[in-house]
Design a protein around this ligand. Structure first.
Ligand code: 9GP
Length: 810
């Protein structure tokens, strides 16, 4: 946008505020200031938004549509200001008006429209697509209620509704004129027209209106504003009489009412399936409507449009696109199938079996009869075509429909031209194990795209101290081309700089410590090691291993109060799926251990535990810049990629990790001296499984420290846990420790001992931290997205900038 002076901004701001509220701006609350500022900022991007979309259309630029059930954008105010290049002007202007931008920003709700990594990745991608100048948009659901608000009551997780839209959303634009109808239920009959063509005739369907709300996705200093389209379900105008009962009306509302509170646990529910079809169908319909305005031949659809499906949740775009092309646009099956495959690509984000979506045939057929027909036909043709090539056994292992269930991953793979994993190890596991049968059929479809994060939000906005240090030392080009962070490496021996880096970290730790004191009443020492594990609570992520380490450390201090180790603050942020009993027991355990340890004066504050409530993007922005240690301790082979590992590294935290997900690639970049690696490797785990030779009880019986720690779970040492202690103990000893915590325990403890030692050598620690920042550039989502653009979507940046000259590394 054009330059705006501080004076001009102040004038416009005061005017906007007073027009909105009819009282003096200095009487406003942060919420009101946020709304006024948001309204003003809209004026600054609206023209660009329109011209971006117009230009794509005029030039018939190929555009990608990223379909995702989840987006976790975080508060958008500062990010929009940053990308519009008016952050300093607004900050200063507000200051001169006696207002603080950070406080104003708190007036914005943090939209929790996702569970965790998957949704946050989608939002990093949205930012990177716009910032690298690519023509690409998001397509998702405008949930009325985001992921539940987490409260701890008596140490237990309680879920409260997250009414993030209570005060409206200043960024969104409701576009009723772009609404479409999505059809559910009823019966479908195939009739024949006069020319002998089959066409579907529907009866008794429930037609729902999908209304889009568009949210701008502003590129970094490049004038591009793309679109995130979120759909809301409504009763179609004039058809209210068809929804006479409260129940029928509720059914409509429910479709976009709540985010399904789960990520890696599969729990099929009719509502979830309705949500999936709702936004998939609405999105495809609006794309087709756009394509038709171009007046091009259908065969050119894949040259103008790419559709990406983020995990299998939007996999119904495959039969939906087929349905529209065949039933509505009257293409032949073969034409439609070619177009569909060429248009669609798919990312797999997990290998956990329970997360592989499968729908009972009855449910799918009842809810979406025509879609089910099409899936069955896709499957029939797949089987028919592949048997002569690959034989029955292999072919039937790839069937979409089996044992009364429809397998969504199989549908996504068969119906798309590209399947990617999200880190090298993950992709290898897909190729060699989980999806091996498909790999044998379609080796060229498979590829890896290691995840990334945007340094704009995760460094520039959340860590201003580090940002100005970097600007001073290596210049500012890293902001548009994060690989330049490597220039920092040349300064690794500059002890003055290392001290500055330490000072920045200390300030960030003080900021977080203040939050902890104000919100939780816990006093923490900013000079302690801040040891951070922030992610969804799941057994495979092994927050429990972290707790076992704490209990071991606690016992050692109790035994030897003069022990010479640095203070540690263990910081947790994690929500558990409401129905995930075991994960909730672990939350209770962490809170109980926190009560025990935080109140034990014998240990002289050598350990503190902070379990923040309601962890989400905004809290991550506070915690990550303050972290010294990044806990990435999943059982090897289980974490597809991880992204908090990258954010923490970029902020100078040292990684404590197993060789899993993208952490392996972090290890490759920083080198073994600058990371703490422990535990079994993926191949070791595989061997244990093959030989069935793991016996956790033997480890328990034979290892005194483990025995001591595990006994604490059941002998009353931790007040406040009741059956939780016993259940957790049983999972580790009686039920053979599915995630190999006991096997990895010793090496984990050793790695932490080394970290204690290193932390006491400040110079050494700071060097390691610096090298982590320096090597974090390649994990920018800008590069990840350029690889998607180049290798999968075949789209090119529309603007010249530093990063568009980047050559993707394979
Ligand atoms: O569990 C993965 C996580 O490892 C990855 O970083 C993230 C983004 O790719 O996706 C998560 N998967 C899911 O949330 C569900 O498949």
């Amino acid at each position: 946008m054009e330059n705006i002076s501080i004076q001009q901004f102040k004038k416009e701001y005061v005017k906007k505020f007073e027009q909105l509220y009819a009282y003096r701006y200095d009487e406003g609350s942060s919420r009101e200031h946020f709304v006024a500022l948001g309204e003003l900022v809209r004026n600054y991007y609206m023209n660009n938004w329109k011209s971006t979309i117009d230009e794509y259309k005029e030039k018939e630029t190929k555009q990608v549509f990223y379909f995702s059930m989840e987006f976790l954008p975080g508060r958008m105010l500062k990010s929009n200001l940053l990308n519009l290049d008016i952050l300093p002007v607004v900050e200063e202007g507000l200051r001169e008006l006696g207002l603080d931008l950070d406080e104003v920003s708190m007036g914005e709700a943090d939209p929790a429209l996702g569970n965790g990594g998957l949704g946050r990745l989608a939002s990093c991608f949205m930012d990177s697509i716009a910032s690298t100048g690519l023509a690409g948009h998001g397509n998702g659901i405008r949930y009325q209620y985001g992921l539940f608000k987490q409260k701890f009551i008596d140490g237990y997780q309680v879920e409260l509704p997250e009414n993030w839209l209570r005060n409206g959303n200043v960024w969104e634009v409701r576009k009723e004129n772009k609404a479409v109808i999505v059809r559910f239920g009823g019966q479908v009959y195939m009739d024949t027209d006069e020319e002998g063509n089959l066409y579907p005739r529907y009866e008794n369907t429930k037609n729902i209106l999908a209304v889009p709300y568009d949210v701008p996705q502003i590129g970094y200093h490049n004038g591009i504003v793309n679109n995130l389209r979120l759909w809301s379900a409504e009763i179609p105008y004039g058809e209210e009489y068809l929804f006479r009962t409260e129940e029928e009306r509720d059914e409509v509302k429910q479709i976009t009412e709540v985010l399904y509170p789960d990520d890696s646990n599969y729990e099929g529910r009719l509502l979830r399936l309705r949500q999936e079809y709702f936004f998939s169908s609405a999105g495809v319909q609006s794309i087709i409507r756009y394509f038709k305005t171009l007046d091009e031949d259908w065969s050119l659809l894949p040259d103008k449009i790419a559709i990406h499906i983020n995990d299998t949740h939007p996999a119904l775009v495959v039969p939906e696109l087929m349905r529209i092309l065949i039933d509505e646009e009257e293409l032949t099956w073969d034409q439609a199938w070619e177009i569909t495959k060429k248009t669609i690509s798919y990312t797999n984000h997990t290998i956990l079996q329970e997360a592989m979506e499968r729908w009972p045939i009855d449910m799918l057929e009842h809810l979406l009869p025509r879609i089910y027909h099409i899936i069955a036909e896709i499957n029939r043709r797949h089987i028919e075509k592949k048997i002569p090539l690959y034989g029955e056994e292999l072919t039937y292992r790839t069937t979409i429909i089996e044992d009364g269930q429809v397998k969504m991953a199989n549908l996504a793979i068969i119906g798309s031209h590209s399947i990617n994993g999200v880190a090298k190890l993950h992709t290898n596991i897909l190729i060699n194990e989980t999806l091996h049968d498909f790999y044998l059929m379609y080796p060229n479809k498979f590829n890896n795209k290691t995840n990334g994060i945007t340094q704009r939000r995760w460094v520039q906005l959340s860590n201003p101290g580090l940002t100005s240090l970097l600007d001073d030392v290596i210049g500012t080009d890293w902001k548009s081309n994060p690989e330049e962070l490597i220039l920092l490496k040349a300064h690794v021996d500059n002890s003055e700089l290392l001290n500055r880096l330490e000072a920045v970290k200390l300030e960030n730790k003080k900021r977080f410590a203040k939050y902890v004191k104000d919100e939780m009443g816990i006093e923490i020492d900013p000079n302690a090691i801040f040891d951070v594990q922030i992610k969804r609570l799941h057994a495979y992520k092994r927050q429990l291993l972290n707790v076992l380490h704490i209990l071991d450390r606690y016992s050692q201090i109790k035994e030897n109060p003069d022990i010479d180790i640095p203070k540690r603050v263990f910081i947790f942020g994690a929500k558990a799926a409401p129905s995930y009993h075991y994960a909730k027991q672990i939350i209770k355990l962490i809170n109980a251990v926190a009560d025990l340890v935080n109140n034990d004066t014998d240990i002289k504050d050598l350990i503190k535990i902070v379990f923040v409530e309601n962890y989400g993007v905004s809290l991550a922005e506070l915690i990550i810049p303050a972290a010294d240690i990044s806990e990435q301790i999943s059982l090897a082979g289980k974490e597809a990629s991880g992204t908090s590992n990258m954010k923490l590294m970029a902020n100078g935290a040292l990684t404590m990790a197993t060789m899993d997900g993208a952490t392996i690639e972090i290890y490759d970049y920083v080198g073994k001296e600058n990371i703490y690696i422990f535990g079994l490797k993926n191949n070791d785990v595989k061997k244990y499984h093959q030989n069935q030779s793991y016996n956790s009880r033997n480890i328990y019986e034979g290892n005194a420290s483990i025995k001591r720690v595990l006994n604490m779970l059941v002998d009353g040492s931790i007040p406040g846990i009741y059956h939780e202690g016993q259940d957790i103990f049983n999972s580790l000893v009686k039920f053979n420790d599915e995630y190999f915590l006991l096997k990895d325990f010793d090496s984990y403890i050793q790695a932490h001992k080394q970290a204690d030692k290193d932390y006491q050598d400040r110079e050494k620690w700071n060097r390691m931290a610096l090298l982590n920042v320096a090597n974090s550039g390649p994990f920018s989502s800008d590069y990840t997205i350029l690889r998607y653009a180049d290798e999968i979507w075949k789209i090119e940046p529309q603007v010249e900038n530093l990063i568009s000259s980047y050559t993707p590394v394979k």
